[in-house]
Design a protein around this ligand. Structure first.
Ligand code: FDA
Length: 391
């Protein structure tokens, strides 16, 4: 049976980074990955350009049952630290918006950089981890290619999102087996699905994008909202999906810079002969205003003929659109998995299981999920570094 010092399960963002952080003279590290290539999610991330971090990273941009858990690791490994690695590797990057840093070129440059950084560790591809158990000397990892003995094990197998790309959720099974609790996983950063009555408006508008503000309880995001054949998508919807639960209502402001009722009342004074739709199209895409006007029975209506009550109704429709999604597209398209290994059972400084010395959980399989925009990779790097330094 193979014997190593450290076995890292999963060669995604967190596993590859952890291998590089844990390298020390004479320490044998094995990274086991069941896909044919490492870092497959890195490759497709950020539309192929990998949004590898966010300069505004802070613990309050992450969801977790214990939101403060991530603070320690995030404070010790910061976006600037990762940028230094990227610069050192000569990878060009740019800030797109809201602190989001993307590669100028292909996302695979990041994987290449991580592979270079972990030189000295062994990467074993097409090696599927099936089980982990403990014996007197440490851990035994059962794989499709035989057993491996390890003194310490780092579980970096990610969540359940995009099973087609290798997601298995085995990290949760390993955690449960060793007595750790699991916060029920669910799809995050995922398009929401809508009932037929909402699709009637959305479908003909497919392709139109507006900057909107979406609110749910205390959470609110201002970003692009995209009408699609299946309903609504775009960054604003993905962001709010992390906070939404079935049965709950979202509030969408399609023109966050303007009180539409007030603006219509002002316009009525000077431009009352114009149609409602024409006036609205100053502030919203024309096809959208026509659709809203039609929906409200105001297609040809002149502004001057509309009483305050109608303008108020239109204002509410645009500034406070109430939407009740029927579900999400699920793990098939979700960028992340919410929930995971309960942080109450992990040491926030080292990611080690409190009751199982030598067993660590990092990255997406832990109950820490970031907003859209590079936060999830920053969590992968930071949690991997925390474990890597402690190993
Ligand atoms: P990750 O899923 O990357 O890695 C886990 C690895 O374990 C995989 O390689 C998997 O094959 C392997 N594995 C699973 N089961 C196994 C088993 N039984 N045996 C062996 N190996 C096993 N985030 C961000 O910050 N910026 C971005 O631009 C994007 N973009 C983006 C786009 C898309 C389409 C998706 C789906 C996701 C993103 N993300 C993102 C999220 C980001 O990809 C995610 O948070 C990290 O990849 C998580 O890193 P991990 O290493 O924890 O899991």
């Amino acid at each position: 049976m193979d014997q190593v010092d450290i076995a890292i399960l999963g060669a995604g963002a967190a596993g590859l980074f952890c291998a590089g952080s844990a390298l020390t003279q004479g320490c044998r590290i094995l990274v086991a990955e069941h896909s044919r290539k490492p870092g497959e999610k890195i490759r497709i991330s950020g539309g192929g350009r990998c949004n590898f971090t966010n300069l505004a990273t802070s613990w309050d941009r992450f969801l977790s049952r214990n939101r403060r858990f991530a603070a320690s690791a995030l404070a010790r490994y910061r976006p600037e630290d990762f940028v230094r690695l990227v610069d050192h590797a000569g990878i060009g990057w740019h800030e797109k918006t809201q602190g989001q840093l993307f590669c100028d070129g292909k996302a695979t440059q990041i994987t290449d950089m991580l592979m270079h950084r972990m030189r000295g560790a062994e990467l074993r591809l097409e090696t599927s981890v099936e089980d982990v158990h403990r014996n007197a000397e440490g851990f035994v990892i059962a794989t499709n290619a035989g057993q491996v003995r390890a003194r310490r094990v780092v579980v970096a197998t990610g969540g359940k999102s995009i099973p087609k790309m290798g997601a298995t959720g085995i990290g949760y099974a390993i955690a449960r087996k060793f007595g750790l609790r699991i916060v029920e996983p669910r799809a995050g950063l995922v398009p929401l699905t809508f009932a037929e009555q909402d699709l009637v408006l959305c479908r003909p508008l497919a392709g139109i994008s507006v900057e909107a503000e979406i609110r749910h309880g205390k959470a609110g995001f201002r970003d692009a909202l995209l009408f699609t054949h299946r309903g609504l998508s775009g960054p604003a919807i993905l962001q709010i999906s992390n906070y939404w639960q079935p049965g709950e209502v979202l509030e969408v402001n399609l023109q966050p810079d303007l009180d539409i009722t007030e603006a219509l009342m002002m316009a009525r004074k000077g431009a009352g002969r114009m149609t409602v739709a024409t006036i609205l199209s100053q502030w919203l895409p024309e096809r959208l205003t026509q659709a809203i006007a039609a929906e409200q029975g105001l297609s040809e209506a002149r502004l001057a003929d509309q009483p305050n009550a109608v303008l108020q109704r239109l204002g509410l429709r645009i500034n406070r659109w109430q939407l009740r999604p029927v579900g999400t597209e699920g793990y098939r398209t979700a960028e992340v998995t919410l929930g995971g290994v309960d942080t109450g059972d992990l040491d926030a400084r080292t990611m080690q299981a409190r009751e199982v010395p030598g067993l660590y959980f990092i990255g997406e399989c832990v109950d820490v999920t970031g907003w859209l925009g590079g936060y999830n990779f920053q969590w992968a790097w930071a949690s991997a570094e925390a474990a890597g330094q402690a190993l």
